[in-house]
Design a protein around this ligand. Structure first.
Ligand SMILES: [Zn+2]
Length: 270
């Protein structure tokens, strides 16, 4: 805030702008991060090259890497499980940038059952109330529903986070919940996020939640980095969220930078 704006705010009795802080909900990419066994792992094909050009006196460094579209914190485009669904580069920015997000805390249930299937009642008990339109813009209220399982604390331990490579264990959405969300909230519901490897639980063989979300052109956000602090701070409130996937043409998914904007910094520390 400029001093001039401060003075004008005082004179006109305008509310002073609340400071906004950004919370990074993305994990850092690294060759050691947890992975889904069927996916190509993130790896450098060219390690850090650091060159000092002695003649012209400048520093130069570059890397190259390979990765599945579905490694680390990433988006699942609807096309991942639906031939007619949006590909990554087709998802409208209005579904990605400055969308409303809401967290449903199921960490207690998941701590008692690592194969927990999140239920419709878990959402109902969180007192989710979704307006028809955005109070400020009058536009449709687009929102992402994020499930906090508590699995972020196991990152980057592959076994704790995902189970054995041939016998995966982690919580996910139930089929009934996925159906409930698309039917209840329609166009307002743009995607679901979770702090595990997948919106489907580890034991899934048919990926039915992926199928339902994709069929309705909803995206998934997987491997979100969530903390108790964040969850306690936002509680049951909606907050603005930005999702920035790499714009891969015909992509089924893409690594993402995902950022929450909060205006209550006192209760957040990382
Ligand atoms: Zn994925």
């Amino acid at each position: 805030m400029t001093f001039r704006f401060f003075l004008v705010s005082i004179i006109l009795n305008l509310p002073l702008a609340t400071p906004v802080i950004f919370i990074d909900l993305s994990h850092t990419f690294d060759p050691s991060i947890p992975f889904f066994p069927t996916q190509v792992r993130f790896n450098f094909t060219q390690r850090i090259v650091q060159l000092m050009n002695e003649k012209n006196k400048f520093f130069y460094a570059t890397n190259a890497f390979t990765t599945s579209e579905h490694m680390g914190t990433h988006i699942d485009a609807p096309y991942h499980f639906s031939p007619t669904g949006w590909k990554v580069d087709e998802i409208p920015l209005s579904h990605l940038v400055f969308v409303h997000a809401r967290i449903v805390d199921v960490s207690k249930q998941c701590s008692q059952d690592r194969n927990y299937l999140i239920t419709i009642d878990d959402v109902k008990n969180s007192n989710l109330s979704v307006p028809e339109s955005d109070a400020e813009t009058g536009e449709k209220f687009s929102f992402v529903l994020i499930f906090y399982t508590g699995w972020t604390k196991y990152w980057p331990d592959q076994t704790m986070y995902a189970g054995d490579k041939s016998d995966l264990h982690f919580p996910g959405l139930s089929e009934q919940l996925a159906t409930y969300l698309v039917n209840t909230y329609g166009d307002r519901f743009v995607g679901a996020g979770i702090d595990t490897l997948s919106t489907d639980y580890g034991q899934s063989k048919t990926y039915v939640v992926h199928q339902i979300l994709a069929r309705h052109n909803k995206y998934g956000l997987e491997n979100l980095a969530l903390t108790d602090n964040l969850v306690n701070s936002v509680q049951t409130k909606f907050f603005p969220l930005d999702v920035y996937p790499m714009k891969i043409g015909n992509g089924t998914g893409a690594p993402c930078r995902i950022v929450a904007r909060l205006n209550n910094p006192k209760r957040i520390s990382k």
